[in-house]
Ligand binder design. Structure first.
Ligand code: ADP
Length: 550
């Protein structure tokens, strides 16, 4: 379609030759009708081709954006937790929305423009050379100069565009964090300071964008100047030649028309280079994200894990986060099948880290973790995670119905099972009290529910998951005593018959655990049952006495 558009454009320029020479100079009656008819016909063909190519190319551009977005999201969902925590969600969102859009411009405007305009220019230049090659040669002296100008400005555009995109990432991180923390901002009266922080980022971004705008705005005038010199040179040369009358009037007009018509696509080509450079800067960022492959991944030919008894064994496990400071310095422990083992100790000791290693959110830097004798690094992630349910401190809910939130770990579960899970988690009654029952939508992150209610939905989710291994991460530490007591009762039901590793800040809640490990400074400081540890009179006994005193 582009070739047709370009061909028809060149044909229109060419038709001026017979129009003038045949109609006006030779008074040819056939040409009087044939030339206008040809003009109309070629214009119609050109319009139709133009329409089809512009719709098709926009589709290609938008399709590429959509595919890029889907690949990005897929990659984000599979990426390592450590990478996601390092990069900040605002940057991910800006890559997803803003950078992908710049790619679209580069493709839909850049590729289309490049192909169509380049073909048009080539054909029009063909007309020029056909009419008079010496004249065309004179008119072409401007091209190398224009190419040099475009190159310089294009590089500058790419640089400032990269900076603007980076600042957009920073800005979107700032915004997501401030929106999540609106309560904090209001409570501490920091609205004006936050405005100042955001203003600084917005202004920096504006600065980068304006540098880009100035570069882009300079491109066209600079090339216009070059073009004007080239046209002037062509007219002068043609005028001089005309005096020795080597060229017909029609030929000269057609030549000048082709030159002026070539001007418009040449102009767009010069601005296109900028769009193209912006797209390339965006592509740098997008592909850098797409190229990140998760380190926590299935080993080649890894089998599914076979969980029968669900015994968990840590063998001298070491772990350090990305910054290199060791979080676990040789943890060895066993969670016997069907038993409950508790981790307690001062915060920052390494309890959450220990639990996070079991679903392989991170891989240990040393030692092994075995489930029923199988190293968890050697089995598929999907089968490993299918064997466990996680009830985390944050009580994460999505803005969806209560039923879907409960069924998150077992999609497609029948309503009867969802209700049974909710009953087991002592959530059924309050859910029935809500206006739409199980179809009530919980709001962003579950804002429409109380902390205890959210927690109970998460417990129902774990019940429905019905996995042999249960990981509880400070599940009740944020609740009042009454809710906590209720939730403790339902948790006891949940733990029954499952291998459970639990973190609790309130020591009273884990007194009947089968074994308690006190984790301090990345090591297990002491282990035993509640009574044994109290009798020992060590760290646990001190922590317990403190808790009692409070
Ligand atoms: P606990 O659960 O006992 O409070 P954690 O396992 O959360 O302790 O933390 C153990 C250590 O690891 C702490 O020193 C903490 O600062 C560090 N840590 C925890 N999470 C991260 C992280 N994502 N990146 C870097 N360091 C971390």
């Amino acid at each position: 379609m582009m070739a047709i558009v370009a061909g028809m454009t060149a044909l229109l320029a060419y038709l001026l030759d017979p129009a003038i020479n045949e109609i006006f100079v030779n008074r040819n009656q056939t040409a009087l009708w044939a030339v206008p008819a040809a003009v109309v016909a070629s214009a119609i063909v050109k319009s139709v081709a133009d329409y089809i190519q512009s719709v098709q190319m926009s589709y290609v551009g938008q399709r590429i954006v959509a595919d890029t977005q889907l690949s990005l999201f897929d990659n984000f969902m599979r990426a390592d937790l450590a990478w996601i925590h390092d990069i900040h969600s605002g940057r991910l969102i800006s890559a997803f929305l803003y950078d992908a859009g710049l790619l679209s411009d580069a493709v839909s405007k850049g590729v289309v423009g490049l192909l169509r305009d380049a073909v048009s220019v080539l054909m029009l230049i063909g007309v020029m050379y056909y009419q008079n090659w010496q004249l065309a040669l004179v008119a072409s002296v401007g091209f190398p100069v224009a190419a040099f100008v475009m190159r310089r400005l294009g590089r500058k555009t790419r640089k400032v565009s990269g900076k603007a995109q980076a600042e957009t990432g920073t800005l979107s991180s700032l915004l997501t964090e401030r929106f999540d923390g609106t309560r904090l901002v209001k409570a501490y009266g920091r609205e004006a300071d936050e405005l100042a922080t955001v203003t600084a980022s917005v202004e920096r971004r504006l600065g980068h964008l304006m540098r880009g705008v100035r570069t882009k705005a300079a491109t066209v005038p600079l090339n216009d100047a070059v073009g004007a010199v080239a046209i002037a040179a062509a007219i002068l040369y043609a005028g001089l030649q005309a005096q020795s009358s080597e060229m017909s009037f029609g030929g000269f007009t057609s030549f000048i028309a082709a030159m002026i018509m070539a001007y418009q696509p040449l102009r767009s080509l010069s601005t296109l280079n900028n769009t193209w450079q912006e797209g390339l800067a965006a592509a740098d960022r997008v592909f850098a994200m797409l190229d990140v492959k998760p380190k926590v991944a299935d080993a080649p030919d890894a089998p599914d894990i076979a969980v029968a008894r669900a015994e968990i064994v840590f063998e001298d496990v070491h772990f350090a986060y990305n910054d290199g400071t060791p979080a676990l310095k040789g943890v060895s422990l066993t969670v016997p099948a069907g038993k409950t083992v508790a981790l307690v100790g001062p915060s920052g000791g390494g309890k959450s880290t220990t639990i996070n290693l079991i679903p392989r959110f991170y891989d240990p830097t040393g030692g092994r973790i075995l489930i029923d004798g199988q190293d968890i690094k050697g089995v598929t992630l999907a089968s490993l995670r299918r064997a466990m349910a996680l009830v985390a401190q944050e009580a994460t809910l999505f803005d969806d119905t209560i039923a879907s939130n409960i069924a998150y770990g077992r999609p497609g579960a029948p309503q009867s099972q969802i209700e049974a899970a909710a009953r087991a988690a002592a959530a059924h009654d309050f859910i029935m009290g809500l206006p739409q029952g199980y179809d009530t939508v919980v709001g962003e992150s579950g804002v429409k529910l109380s902390g205890g209610q959210r927690q109970r939905i998460c417990i129902a989710r774990a019940f429905l998951r019905d996995a042999p291994i249960l990981l509880l991460d400070e599940a009740t530490s944020a609740l009042d005593t009454e809710s906590e007591r209720q939730i403790q009762a339902t948790l006891r039901g949940l733990m029954k018959g499952r291998t459970t590793l639990v973190i609790a800040h309130r020591l009273s809640t884990i007194v009947d655990a089968d074994c308690i490990h006190v984790v301090e400074g990345g090591r297990i400081a002491e282990s035993g049952s509640h009574d044994e540890l109290i009798a020992k009179g060590g760290l646990y006994a001190r922590l317990y006495a403190q808790a009692e005193a409070e």
